[in-house]
Design a protein around this ligand. Structure first.
Ligand SMILES: NC(=O)N[C@@H](CC(=O)O)C(=O)O
Ligand SMILES: [Zn+2]
Ligand SMILES: [Zn+2]
Length: 344
């Protein structure tokens, strides 16, 4: 049994840091282990152009603890008004490495998202030309589509069209949750990859709904049935370089989650690599963690791999019941429970 694991330092290819007072906590947690992170742009209002990305980046850098080398990689939020010029300018000036498609209404702070795919075709064409990645929140929003089927419907109705029309565009299917998404990514070209969260590897909808409703497991895309959780496990166990680490750590204040209508998002930045280590350990695939966490992401983005290392040991510790989040508190995943790996 492996009790000690040394990896090239990992990066997080999908995280929400929010803004303002919250940054001092969210940035410290993100930079605790990760070298770089893809910073999601769903602020209110969203990060729509290169200048806004630059200003947000400066706020993140200013919130880093002393001595931190954490590097935020910025992302534009696509709207119906995103122009090819905005894309080219942001890429040319090094302000953003990717742009994010949120179908309008799909998730937290997606009110300004794209209402019809055709509206961003000119922007997608420019992205393919200049080498800016497309990141997608892959769920349809039609009221008649069941929430558990929204990812599959997005593949069939939208994603197939995008990859067919823009074969040279690099696409990251974010936080995939179904066997359908795994199959799609596997059979797509090398231009298509996907992030997988620790919570979707560790949990399924029973964890959220059996024996009481657990709001801290509620995220989007929603946890699916066990068969889909297993498909995600199979994807990472395969060692395919199309799959890489994206925590989707998404803090919401406790009162906004423990409510009659609770927000979507799980906070995992306090123990992200540790939770992935647990998931890979349960799958008997600790030898696949380094590729997933540290190599496939930078390779897909065309960025250099990190050169230093981290070490994890098998050792129990207890996650805190809550953590400070600006003026509020956040209940992290596994709050008050045991986590079985630790970074030394
Ligand atoms: N994942 C979530 O449930 N929530 C994210 C948004 C997102 O990534 O869809 C958030 O910003 O809170
Ligand atoms: Zn999302
Ligand atoms: Zn997210």
């Amino acid at each position: 049994m492996t009790d000690r694991l040394t990896l090239i330092r990992p990066d997080d290819w999908h995280i929400h840091l929010r803004d303002g007072e919250v940054l001092k906590h969210s940035v410290a947690d993100a930079g605790r282990v990760f070298s770089r992170a893809i910073i999601m742009p769903n602020l209110v209002p969203p990060v729509r152009d290169g200048q806004q990305a630059d200003a947000y980046k400066a706020r993140i850098l200013a919130a880093r603890p002393a001595g931190s080398q954490f590097e935020p990689l910025m992302v534009l939020y696509l709207t119906d008004q995103t122009t090819p010029e905005m894309v080219r300018a942001a890429k040319l000036q090094g302000q953003a490495v990717a742009a994010k498609l949120y179908p309008a209404g799909a998730t937290t702070n997606s009110q300004s998202g794209v209402t019809a795919l055709e509206n961003i075709y000119p922007a997608l064409e420019a992205m393919a030309e200049v080498g800016m990645l497309l990141l997608v929140h892959g769920e349809v929003t039609h009221a008649e589509v069941d929430i558990f089927d929204r990812e599959k419907a997005f593949i069939d109705q939208q994603l197939v069209k995008v990859v067919e029309r823009f074969p040279t565009l690099k696409v990251v299917f974010e936080h995939i949750t179904t066997g359908d998404a795994v199959d799609f990514v596997r059979s797509a070209s090398d231009q298509v990859g996907a992030t997988i969260t620790a919570h979707h590897l560790l949990y399924n909808r029973n964890h959220m709904l059996v024996g009481g409703i657990r709001p801290h497991f509620y995220c989007l895309p929603i946890l699916k049935r066990q068969r889909h959780q297993q498909a995600l496990g199979d994807a990472v166990v395969s060692g395919s370089n199309k799959f890489f680490l994206g925590t989707d750590s998404a803090p919401h204040a406790r009162h906004a989650k423990e409510a009659a209508c609770g927000c979507a998002g799980c906070y995992t930045a306090h123990a992200a690599i540790e939770l992935y280590a647990e998931a890979f350990d349960e799958l008997g695939a600790l030898d696949k963690l380094e590729g997933f966490a540290s190599l496939h992401g930078p390779d897909f983005y065309g960025l250099p791999r990190n050169t230093d290392q981290i070490t994890l040991i098998r050792e129990d510790w207890q996650a805190p019941n809550s953590l400070p989040l600006g003026d509020h508190e956040v209940v992290p995943l596994r709050a008050g429970e045991t986590i079985h790996w630790r970074v030394i």
